[in-house]
Design a protein around this ligand. Structure first.
Ligand code: SF4
Length: 323
């Protein structure tokens, strides 16, 4: 099929179902993607090199686990998002392709390994995310903080962006992570509050929003970022409301991308949002005062994160200069 490829489904080859809790769900047909969603096949030399490092260091990446459509482009540029605390998530969000179940024990060597890998890869900016670890008393907060500190030690020039779980019912956990002082704290709201029960049943909209607000309260200098997927059945008015909610919580950077259905057992796509509508969302978000906006069909929280971080800093400096 030439240079075009669709989503990579890495789930079918494995023996145990990746999502046991979704087996009883009705199947829904996966819609054919419009032209603007098609992406390049991951085959370049750069892609192969990143893949070799990921394998050699035994790293788990959300690029692969979430079957991200941008993997060809990102890995070609040596940009991969590492997923810590294992490859098994304790939540079962209806949109997510990450494996679910009861995870194993944390690897105490992981912070050191991640720090070394970041240094060896010579990354100027790194994005670290994790599965949800509701099974741990602190939700994995201490481990998350240890990873940030280990990267600071091994690669002091690298700026660090974290994309965290919500730490629901884990008192004091968010503070531990904030105090490790990443450069960017990202937590995705994912969708509008009306759809939480069906799309993100284990989470609570206002808890997630409040988490972002707490980051700013505790460290006003830290950049905050949050994203939503569209095409799940949300209305334009609801998207405008979520933007206002984020601004009230002081969020600096919003990302808006098209939801893609990983398998027939996942939440169905309501519609493919046209690129012009993404542009309109971008204009709206800029008018509402976000320092940075990324709104396009293939926008993902970690897509172009390095360049975006530089632009984010420049935008803040400009704003302060103009104040
Ligand atoms: S957009 Fe993020 S998750 Fe997707 S391939 Fe790029 S770095 Fe990985």
């Amino acid at each position: 099929m030439g240079a075009m490829a669709t989503l990579i489904d890495i789930g079918n080859a494995r023996e145990r179902p990746r999502h046991p809790e979704k087996q009883a769900r009705p199947e829904s047909e996966i819609l054919r993607k419009p032209a603007w969603i098609r992406v390049k096949a991951p085959m370049s030399k750069g892609y192969q090199e990143t893949r070799a490092i990921v394998r050699a260091k035994n790293l788990t990446t959300v690029c692969e686990e979430a079957a991200c459509p941008n993997i060809g482009e990102c890995w070609e540029q040596n940009h991969a998002t590492m997923m810590i605390m294992g490859d098994t998530c304790t939540r079962a969000c209806a949109f997510c392709n990450v494996k679910t179940g009861l995870p194993g024990a944390l690897d105490p060597e992981e912070p050191r390994h991640v720090g070394e890998a970041v240094a060896e890869m010579g990354l100027s900016h790194v994005v670290i995310t994790s599965v949800d670890r509701d099974d741990l008393t602190d939700g994995g907060a201490k481990h998350f903080a240890d990873v940030v500190l280990a990267i600071r030690q091994s690669a002091p020039q690298t700026t660090i962006e974290i994309l965290t779980p919500d730490f629901l019912r884990k008192d004091g956990a968010a503070e531990i992570v904030i105090d490790s002082k990443p450069d960017v704290f990202n937590h995705n709201l994912e969708t509008v509050p009306r759809l939480y029960l069906s799309i993100r049943p284990g989470a609570r909209y206002f808890h997630s929003l409040r988490l972002l607000e707490r980051v700013k309260e505790r460290d006003p200098q830290m950049f905050t970022k949050s994203g939503i997927m569209v095409g799940l059945g949300e209305t334009r008015e609801e998207v405008m409301q979520i933007m206002d909610d984020m601004r009230v919580a002081g969020v600096d950077f919003i990302t808006i991308g098209q939801y893609l259905q990983p398998t027939r057992k996942h939440a169905p796509i309501d519609r493919f949002v046209h690129p012009d509508e993404f542009k309109a969302y971008e204009t709206m978000a800029r008018a509402k005062g976000f320092l940075m906006v990324s709104s396009a069909p293939l926008t993902r929280s970690s897509h172009h994160a390095g360049e975006d971080f530089a632009r984010l800093k420049a935008a803040r400096n400009k704003k302060i200069g103009n104040a």
